[in-house]
Write a protein that binds this ligand. Structure first.
Ligand code: GDG
Length: 457
C-alpha cells in the first residue's frame, strides 16, 4: 500500500488521536494516514511577519508526520481571505453579487500554491499518493507537475461546483479549470457538481467528459466522480446516546421544560440561510398560535472568517434579527430563539441534536452539509426527530427521509416545520430508519476508502 500525503489549508492536529473534539473528516483522514503511514501538510494558522516564513515545522505522531508552514500576513490576506474566501467561495455558492475579484488577491492565491508545492515536493517519495483538499489549493497539482512530480494526485472539492454561467464571471476561471485537469482524480460532492464541471469544460471548449467519469482537457485525461462526504455514523450515534448524562445537555433539557426543541447548527456564513430560517420560524410561530410558548428554537452559530466584511456584517444582522423576533414574540417566561454565537463541544452537540424534535438545516447552497447527517445519526431510534432539509444541500440527494424545502420559500419552510412537529411516531421512525441505514452503510471511512481506492486504481 502506498504512503499517503494529505494536503489541506489547515491541519487539525489533535492533542490526542481520535479526540472527541475532532470532526469526522479529521478522524477518517488520520485513520487512513495511520494505516498507510504518511504526511499531512498545511498552514499552521500562524502568521510570520519576517518576510519568508521559516522552515516547515515537523511533528511526528505514530505513523503520521504533520508538516506545517507559517504564512505571511500578505499571504493570508491575499490567498485565504482574498481570493479563496472572497472570490472562490461566493462563486462556488452561486453568489455573484458577493464575489470580489482583485488581481493582487488572485496573484497571491497562485503564489501561495506555488509556495506550498515547493515546500511539499522535497518530502514526496516516488510511490506516494497525494490527496489535496478543497478550494484553497486547486492549483497545487499543476505546480507540483511543473516541478516534475509524477505521482498520483487526487483532489476533493468540499464545496459546490457552479454552472458555467456563474463560474465564467470569475476572470481566471480557465486557469482554475486547467488546475483541476492536472489531477488524476477530481472528486465532487454530488453528480450535480460533476455535471456542472463537465458543462464548464464543454462551454469553454477546453475539454469534455468522454465517458462515465473520464475527462479529457487539452493533452490530459483524468477522472472525475461524485464522492458524497459522510460522517463517522456509528461513533456519533454512540456519543449522542451517552450525551444524556452530560451536565450541559441535562441543563439544556431542564431549561426547555416540556417545550419542543428545534435546532439549527451552522458556521456563521451567508451560504447557510440563517436569516431566511429565522424568518421561517417567525412565520411559523405567528401563524400557529397552538405552538406559541410550546417551542424553543436553538441556533448554534460559531463565528467564522470575521475578517471578511460580509461575515462581520452577517454577524450583526443575525444577532439583530434574533433579538427583534424575541422582542416581538417573547413573553416574560418564554424566549422563542436562543442564539448562541460560540462553539459547543462535539459530545454536547450530539446530545443537543438528540433532544431536538426538528433539525432545521436550510442552506441556500451547500456542498454536502454534515450537520444534516449528524442530526440523523444522533436520534433516538425509538423516538426520532424530523429533519427539515434544504433541497440545495448536497445531502438532500441522499437523505430521502427528510422533509425537503426551498429555503427561499419562507411559508414553505414554516409549513415543513409544522409538519415535522406534528408528525406521527410511525412516520418519523420510518423516515429516520431509511436515512440511518444509508448513513451506516455510507460512512466517512468508506468515503475515504472509495476515493483512495479509485485514485490508486
Ligand atoms: C464544508 C462545506 C461540507 C458546527 N458548529 C459546531 C460544530 N460544528 C461542526 C458541525 C459539522 C461542521 O462543523 C460543519 O460542517 P458542514 O458540512 O455543515 O459545513 P462547512 O463548515 O461549511 O463545511 C460543506 C463540508 O465542508 C465537508 O465536506 O459538507 O458543504 O461547506 O461537523 O458539527 N462542531 C462543534 N461545535 C459547534 O458549535 N463541536
Amino acid at each position: 500500500m502506498s504512503r499517503l500525503v494529505v494536503v489541506s489549508n489547515r491541519v487539525p492536529v489533535q492533542e490526542k488521536k481520535g479526540a472527541a473534539s475532532a470532526g469526522g473528516l479529521a478522524v477518517a483522514l488520520e485513520a487512513a494516514l495511520e494505516k498507510r503511514g504518511g504526511i499531512w501538510m498545511g498552514w499552521s494558522g500562524r502568521i510570520n511577519e519576517e518576510g519568508e516564513p521559516g522552515p516547515l515545522s515537523i511533528e511526528q505522531r505514530g505513523n503520521i508526520t504533520y508538516a506545517l508552514t507559517d504564512l505571511t500576513s500578505k499571504d493570508v490576506d491575499e490567498y485565504y481571505f482574498g481570493f479563496a474566501n472572497r472570490m472562490l467561495w461566493p462563486i462556488c455558492h452561486y453568489r455573484l453579487d458577493l464575489a470580489e475579484y482583485g488581481r493582487t488577491e488572485m496573484a497571491g492565491y497562485f503564489r501561495v500554491n506555488r509556495f506550498f508545492a515547493h515546500r511539499l515536493a522535497p518530502l514526496i517519495k516516488p510511490d506516494d499518493i497525494i490527496w489535496v483538499h478543497d478550494y484553497h489549493l486547486i492549483p497545487l497539482a499543476a505546480e507540483l507537475r511543473r516541478m516534475g512530480i509524477k505521482n498520483k494526485i487526487g483532489f476533493f472539492l468540499h464545496i459546490p461546483w457552479p454552472p458555467a454561467d456563474v463560474l465564467f464571471a470569475m476572470p481566471v476561471h480557465e486557469e482554475i479549470m486547467r488546475g483541476l485537469a492536472a489531477y488524476d482524480l477530481v472528486g465532487f460532492q454530488t453528480d450535480h457538481d460533476l455535471e456542472n464541471f463537465a458543462g464548464c469544460l464543454r462551454r469553454e471548449e477546453m475539454g469534455d467528459m468522454i465517458d462515465e467519469g473520464r475527462f479529457i482537457a487539452g493533452e490530459r485525461t483524468f477522472r472525475g466522480g461524485a464522492y458524497p462526504i459522510a460522517i463517522e455514523t456509528a461513533a456519533f450515534a454512540e456519543f449522542a446516546r451517552r450525551a444524556g448524562s452530560h451536565s450541559m445537555v441535562l441543563k439544556a433539557q431542564q431549561s426547555i421544560e416540556d417545550r419542543s426543541l428545534i435546532i439549527g447548527v451552522d458556521r456563521l456564513d451567508y451560504s447557510k440561510g440563517i436569516t431566511q430560517r429565522i424568518d421561517a420560524f417567525e412565520h411559523f410561530v405567528t401563524n400557529n398560535p397552538a405552538h406559541q410558548r410550546k417551542v424553543t428554537y436553538l441556533q448554534i452559530t460559531p463565528k467564522s472568517r470575521s475578517e471578511v466584511p460580509e461575515y462581520e456584517a452577517m454577524q450583526r444582522m443575525v444577532a439583530e434579527q434574533a433579538g427583534r423576533v424575541n422582542g416581538a414574540l417573547g413573553t416574560v417566561d418564554w424566549v422563542p430563539i436562543r442564539y448562541i454565537n460560540r462553539s459547543v463541544s462535539r459530545p454536547v452537540l450530539a446530545g443537543l441534536y438528540r433532544l431536538a424534535k426538528v433539525g432545521l438545516v436550510t442552506p441556500l447552497r451547500d456542498g454536502m452539509n454534515l450537520v444534516a447527517k449528524e442530526y440523523v445519526a444522533a436520534q433516538d431510534p425509538d423516538d426520532p426527530g424530523v429533519l427539515v432539509l434544504s433541497r440545495f444541500a448536497g445531502a438532500a440527494r441522499e437523505l430521502n427521509g427528510a422533509l425537503l424545502v426551498n429555503p427561499y420559500d419562507i411559508v414553505g419552510t414554516s409549513n415543513a416545520l409544522a409538519r415535522g412537529l406534528n408528525m406521527p411516531l410511525d412516520e418519523r421512525r420510518d423516515r429516520w430508519r431509511r436515512m440511518m441505514n444509508h448513513l451506516l452503510e455510507h460512512d466517512v471511512s468508506r468515503w475515504c476508502d472509495d476515493f483512495l481506492g479509485d485514485l490508486a486504481a
